[in-house]
Design a protein around this ligand. Structure first.
Ligand SMILES: NC(=O)c1ccc[n+]([C@@H]2O[C@H](COP(=O)([O-])OP(=O)(O)OC[C@H]3O[C@@H](n4cnc5c(N)ncnc54)[C@H](OP(=O)(O)O)[C@@H]3O)[C@@H](O)[C@H]2O)c1
Length: 317
């Protein structure tokens, strides 16, 4: 995982649907299938499904005993609002330490392998770095990373941690990145290559817009994610791009999700792609894409449809 010594599978199982559109039994099946397919990396957050996602993962880890827990690289996040108190959110030392204790309890483990700042906060980053440093020294956290940070946020965090505070540096940045959302290629990607940080793309299917379900002129069937006005608007706006990408996938005898995953697996600045399955079939697609190596001609066509660094489906991140 970049400059961190720990090794992760190219697929990371995102747990955001767990306790929401995926019930506990389905979530358990997804976790078991993942482990069986060689996936050793799971991602959740304290705020997913109001903490239920972490609870489901914790029960499953407990049931599997130490052998299940020890083989996994477990990632969770801190920042989001978890209570009504003024300090029940953010990246202050006070909240980070408390949130870490709470996540450890829910996950039923004694350590978090990758603890991520879910968003940038307006506290001084030195305070956040020191809090992470203390958790690492206490053995409660092994590595720390960021999410939704801009390149300058990460540059500041990395240089301060390494050169001023003599503290552990962030090793990963979890960012929105997909075939139709490529703006992280402008500044974050070169930053990552220079400083050894690795991206963990979230929403690799752009929240389901690249699911392959949407074709020009075809009626839309409802799924849990596709019913909001915002989703439908961005879908409509980008239908030509989605249609062109779907045809490109079909020319290769592949599906659009497989093309979307293969594109991300091939990026040198990416350590692992965080997939968000709701069903076993969704997970299958991510696994099937592992042997899909994009040739130069396909990459060229992708770049013609969505030029590097652009985001036709930019939704505000
Ligand atoms: N750090 C952050 O701020 C942040 C933000 C978002 C997500 N994440 C992480 O990233 C993970 C993935 O994000 P995401 O869930 O948005 O990923 P995504 O893959 O872009 O979207 C997942 C949704 O796409 C649809 N889908 C997935 N695979 C499909 C397939 N093969 N065929 C048809 N539809 C398919 C499903 O929608 P339906 O359920 O509607 O069918 C599924 O719920 C999350 O679990 C979480 O761990 C992090």
């Amino acid at each position: 995982m970049g400059r961190a010594g720990v090794k992760v599978s190219p697929i990371c199982l995102g747990n955001m649907n767990f306790g929401g559109s995926a019930d506990e039994a389905t979530s358990r099946s997804l976790m078991e299938k993942s482990v069986g397919a060689g996936i050793n990396f799971f991602d959740t957050a304290n705020v997913y499904q109001k903490t239920v996602s972490e609870q489901i993962l914790g029960r499953w880890l407990k049931d599997g005993g130490p052998s299940r827990r020890d083989r996994l690289v477990l990632a969770t996040k801190v920042y989001g609002k978890v209570g009504e108190d003024l300090n029940d959110r953010g990246l202050s030392r006070r909240h980070i330490v408390r949130a870490c204790e709470d996540s450890l309890k829910r996950l039923q483990t004694d350590r978090i392998d990758l603890y991520q700042c879910h968003h940038w906060d307006h506290v001084r980053i030195e305070e956040t770095i020191r809090a992470m440093d203390d958790l690492v020294r206490a053995g409660k956290v092994l590595y720390w990373g960021t999410s939704n940070f801009k390149a300058w946020h990460l540059t500041e965090a990395t240089l301060l941690a390494e050169r001023v505070l003599n503290a552990p540096v962030p090793v990963t940045e979890q960012c929105p990145y997909s075939l139709t959302n490529r703006h992280v290629e402008n500044e974050l990607a070169p930053f990552c290559m220079k400083y050894g940080v690795r991206m963990l793309p979230w929403s690799p299917l752009n929240g389901g817009r690249l699911s392959g379900l949407y074709r020009k002129g075809k009626p839309i069937e409802n799924t849990p994610r596709n019913q909001s006005e915002g989703f439908r608007k961005t879908l409509e706006k980008n239908m030509d791009v989605i249609e062109a990408l779907t045809k490109l996938a079909e020319e290769q005898g592949r599906t659009l999700p497989q093309l979307a995953y293969a594109f991300l697996y091939a990026q040198p600045h990416v350590a692992s792609v965080i997939v968000g399955p709701r069903t076993m079939e969704h997970l299958d697609e991510a696994i099937k894409a592992l042997d899909f190596k994009l040739d130069d001609a396909t990459v060229k066509k992708i770049n013609e449809i969505v030029p590097p660094g652009t985001s036709p489906d930019y939704v505000g991140w």
